[in-house]
Design a protein around this ligand. Structure first.
Ligand SMILES: [Zn+2]
Length: 245
């Protein structure tokens, strides 16, 4: 069996949809939800659209094994695609995609919390070491690598959604203009990849382990890669800003 990410609570959900021929390519999304891991489990039970979920405080759950199909990546679903959804705090009833109605309740306006960033970086580092999926950004939708939903969305830029990050050749949504995971989260991505590489190197060197289950304790999480020095959460924010520059 493909190993399960140990920092997530295993919460089997939905029906088995068969093998996905992977795992190969891991994608991260924004979920349009304010729910925690239990609420999202109910959704997966019905829709079978994701493998795992990262909540606002960094708590993670895995609902499906990474070598089984989830329906979050269209062409990628049977090409080894793994779908991780993340909390974005949006209201399912009022969140909008459209340009005119942009505001606090629009998907492109939000950011991943620090705890979500650290959890996502930890997942990527674990993927690299345990699943052999490198901690780098996709340059093709068929790469053995990591990306965001937008890497498989061809028309974000032409629709005014924001930067074009489409790498092709596959489409990861029937909606060519889908803004997922949002422009501000897309801007956070390079820092998350950098952080995942730091964690990967530290784990490989035996200096630390992966994050435990439950909410991310930022101070403890950062201190594991700081060579015995206590690190404040504020330092982690500076690390991110520097990594994104
Ligand atoms: Zn998405």
């Amino acid at each position: 069996m493909t190993p399960r990410y140990p920092g997530a609570y295993w919460m089997s959900a939905g029906k088995d949809q068969g093998p996905n021929n992977g795992p190969t390519t891991v994608s991260f999304h924004g979920c349009i939800t304010n729910a925690g891991i239990e609420g999202v489990r109910s959704y997966v039970e019905q829709e079978n659209t994701l493998h795992g979920y990262v909540a606002k405080d960094g708590t993670a759950a895995q609902y499906k094994d990474f070598d089984r199909i989830a329906y979050g990546m269209l062409d990628g679903n049977e090409r080894g695609g793994v779908t991780w959804e993340t909390w974005d705090g949006l209201n399912v009833g009022t969140a909008t995609y459209d340009d005119v109605n942009r505001g606090a309740d629009a998907r492109p306006e939000g950011t991943w919390t620090d705890e979500e960033c650290e959890r996502i970086a930890d997942i990527i580092a674990w993927d690299a070491i345990v699943l052999g999926i490198p901690a780098r950004t996709v340059t093709s939708t068929r790469d053995r690598a990591h990306g965001m939903h937008g890497h498989g969305i061809p028309s974000r830029a032409t629709s005014g959604e924001g930067p074009n990050i489409y790498v092709g050749p596959d489409r990861w949504s029937k909606d060519n203009k889908k803004p997922c995971p949002g422009n501000k989260r897309i801007a956070q991505w390079p820092g998350i990849i950098r952080r995942s590489q730091v964690i990967e190197a530290a784990v490989r060197a035996g200096r630390c382990g992966f994050l435990p289950q439950g909410p991310v304790d930022l101070r403890a999480a950062l201190s594991r890669t700081a060579g015995g020095v206590q690190v404040d959460a504020a330092d982690w924010m500076r690390f991110f800003v520097a990594a994104m520059a």
